[in-house]
Structure formats: C-alpha cells, structure tokens
Design a protein around this ligand. Sequence first.
Ligand SMILES: [Zn+2]
Length: 97
Amino acid sequence: MSFKALAAALKKQWIAERTRCQSCGMPVIYDKKYRAGSDYCSYCHDGNSFVKDMRLADMRARVKGLLENRKAPALVRFYMHWRLATLRRWRKSAGLR
Ligand SMILES: [Zn+2]
C-alpha cells in the first residue's frame, strides 16, 4: 500500500469515526437517507423522534447481531460494544458525562 493510499484510508476512517450516528454508531456516510445536520441516521431517528424505544442493552444486541451477520472481526465487535456507550443517546444511561 502506498503512502497516499494509506493516508486516504486513514482519512476515510477518521471521517467515519467523526460522523457516527449517535444512537447506533453507524457512520452516516453509509446512510443514503441521512438528513444533513442530524446527529442520527435515518434508521434510528425520523427527524422528530427515535424510530424505536430502546435501551443501550437492546442496541448492543442489535449491533452485535448485525456485525456477526457481516462476519466482522471480534475486535470490531468488542470496540463497538464499548463505543456505543459513548454515543450521545446512551452516554447518560451508561454513566458517562
Ligand atoms: Zn443510527
């Protein structure tokens, strides 16, 4: 991999990391119906309210299932398990500020 390709890959990852849906953690660049300026993807929030009433444990179970279906590496599943707690929708219930 050239330096240029590596830099491009890192930049893409950085943008994805900064633009995660603050509910499910999906980078909103993958959401075709994403509303510009929203903190959430279209699967989680319809512009007025959350699509589904969930708790952090419910979202963790859902994301775990999705990642398993996609055969994501264990490290990614582990990362997302903890990353979810840092998202705006869950921070408070997870005891984070
Ligand atoms: Zn979402």
